[in-house]
Design a protein around this ligand. Structure first.
Ligand SMILES: [Fe+2]
Ligand SMILES: [Fe+2]
Length: 380
């Protein structure tokens, strides 16, 4: 999609703000892109205490990770203007100070930030201060285009690039790091994260899970985690990310594992030996083996295959993430991914009915709870 009315080369300093918790591939891609578009240098401005985000690595670690990510690139640097004072710093106040320091500036922001610009403090002062360079967000084309039109109508000078950074969000990168997967990070940042033990809260659980399930199941689990965290953010669900992570990470903890005889008693008798047994056993093991006590997390695991009448948002999210994770390639998956980002409820219903129809087509035995869920959401 072409967003720019007239292409004009950029110049001056590209300011790239964010939490950088941790800095990941897309941040460096955006910086390199700003240079290719004509900017002479990129200054990363890590936020001390992002007003709308809960930070999990402290300021000094985030600055050190940024410096590691930049390496010896001469035209990139870090400005610690926001300092580590623990206070809240708003862009509309920081930007004039940066412009005074660097002169001609463009404020580079990710597509999600442009879509959420209305939630910022004094967004009109932000757009009056500097031109913006915004990068579209994969799967959020419509929201991005709408935000672009809206802010341009309010006088914003926005250079909307046609380049889409890839890679996962910082949130997903943190939780993947917890699972000892540093693929979203540069080797230098990964080294820092490992050496300083950052983002390790769930590592013991992840280690245990990895030892228990098949390697291909573990890979599917990681993709489901990324998909669930992404959908939670992109659909504006506002769920607790720890709950989203735990439910997604443990949803298949009982998939194709060797079940102990005594564990059979933990699942409904009519599910024993069936495809859906692992959702019930998974919820039981999440509690007894992995120490999860949160009823919502356990509940989401316990219905991730079948669905059920009256699902809550976390139940629906895990159900859909399991179905829409990036390696799924069934007919219509692309449409479902777009639909759910436009309208979570409609997307969820479409996912549920798609999985039900698939079972019908296959001539499979349909588990009673699946049937009840399909009836409930078809008529609801
Ligand atoms: Fe499953
Ligand atoms: Fe799964």
């Amino acid at each position: 999609m072409l967003y720019n009315i007239a292409m004009k080369p950029l110049h001056g300093t590209a300011l790239l703000g964010g939490a950088f918790d941790p800095p990941h591939a897309a941040h460096i891609q955006m910086a390199e892109r700003a240079l290719r578009l004509g900017c002479e240098r990129v200054v990363f401005v890590p936020s001390a205490n992002p007003p709308h985000k809960r930070c999990t690595a402290d300021f000094a670690d985030r600055v050190a990770m940024l410096r590691a990510a930049i390496g010896d690139r001469a035209n990139m640097s870090v400005d610690v203007i926001e300092g580590g004072d623990g206070g809240v710093h708003y862009s509309y106040l920081t930007l004039p100070r940066l412009v005074a320091k660097y002169g001609d500036c463009v404020f580079a922001i990710g597509g999600d930030s442009l879509i959420d610009l209305g939630k910022w403090k004094e967004p009109d002062k932000v757009i009056a201060e500097v031109p913006l360079l915004a990068f579209p967000r994969k799967d959020r084309d419509e929201q991005f285009a709408a935000a672009l039109e809206y802010w341009r109508s309010r006088g914003a000078d926005i250079y909307a690039d046609d380049f889409t950074p890839d890679g996962v969000s910082s949130t997903a990168a943190r939780y993947l790091a917890s699972m000892r997967d540093y693929s979203a990070l540069s080797p230098e940042v990964a080294g820092y994260v490992e050496a300083h033990g950052l983002y390790g809260w769930f590592t013991p659980l992840a280690d245990k899970l990895k030892a228990a399930v098949l390697p291909k199941t573990y890979e599917h689990i990681k993709r489901t985690v990324v998909c669930a965290l992404g959908l939670d953010f992109e659909c504006g669900l506002g769920l607790d990310p720890d709950k989203v992570f735990l439910a997604a990470m443990l949803h298949d903890c009982a998939k194709k594992i060797c079940r102990e005889p005594h564990e059979v008693s933990r699942v409904p008798a009519d599910s024993v030996g069936s495809e859906v047994e692992h959702q019930f056993l998974g919820a039981a093991l999440a509690e007894t083996e992995y120490g999860v006590t949160d009823r919502e997390v356990l509940g989401a695991i316990a219905c991730h295959c079948t669905g059920k009448p009256g699902m809550n948002t976390l139940d629906k999210l895990v159900f859909c993430a399991d179905m829409l994770e990036s390696a799924r390639d069934f007919d219509g998956v692309g449409e479902l991914r777009l639909l759910i980002r436009r309208d979570f409820e409609r997307g969820f219903r479409a996912c549920l009915m798609r999985s039900y129809d698939y079972l019908i087509e296959k001539g499979a035995d349909i588990y009673p709870l699946t049937l009840r869920a399909a009836e409930y959401y078809r008529n609801d």
